[in-house]
Design a protein around this ligand. Structure first.
Ligand SMILES: [Zn+2]
Length: 166
């Protein structure tokens, strides 16, 4: 397995709309193995979208148990062609992104979601998520449409924050 290179803003691939995955073959399984390894390679990284490693497929991975303060959820998730079918309980939350390492931002997210997706074998499934996990899934799903948190803030002076370097 190998760690993939993570693209950084303003790489143009981060602004592309990803395509639906239709082939659930060995090549996809190998990609998923490298992709999840890449997420785990970065300390406290809780999610990645495939466009962040330059592959324009509708595929994300999430694991909120790896947050700085571990969060309840489903553990490792690989969500292919994810689609939100329910959102509720909207809140303003602070988020960051491996592709925009110098900033965090306040963004409005649903704290309760339900989604439909396919697993790595192409099987259709449904999943309910809440709070931090729901928020992380929405962030990664935005990547699939070329949307970054920078696109969601209306008032940078109030809602964009420079990360404190340690
Ligand atoms: Zn991101």
């Amino acid at each position: 397995m190998s760690v993939l290179n993570v693209l950084r803003y303003p790489d143009p691939l981060l602004k592309k709309v990803c395509k639906e995955v239709t082939k659930f073959d060995n090549e996809l399984q190998t990609f998923v193995a490298n992709f999840t390894e890449t997420m785990y390679h970065y300390k406290f990284c809780v999610g990645l979208a495939s466009s962040q490693v330059g592959r324009l497929d509708r595929l994300i991975t999430i694991d909120v148990s790896k947050a700085r303060r571990p969060q309840p959820g489903h553990g490792l998730l690989v969500l292919i062609n994810p689609e939100l079918i329910h959102t509720s309980d909207f809140k303003i939350v602070r988020e960051g992104c491996l592709s925009i390492p110098d900033f965090t931002a306040n963004v409005k997210r649903a704290m309760k979601i339900k989604l439909r997706y396919q697993d790595t074998n192409g099987e259709s499934k449904e999943l309910e998520a809440e709070n931090f996990e729901a928020h992380a899934i929405q962030h990664e799903m935005d990547h699939l449409d070329g949307i970054l948190f920078l696109d969601k803030i209306t008032n940078p002076a109030a809602d964009l924050f420079r990360r404190v370097k340690h």
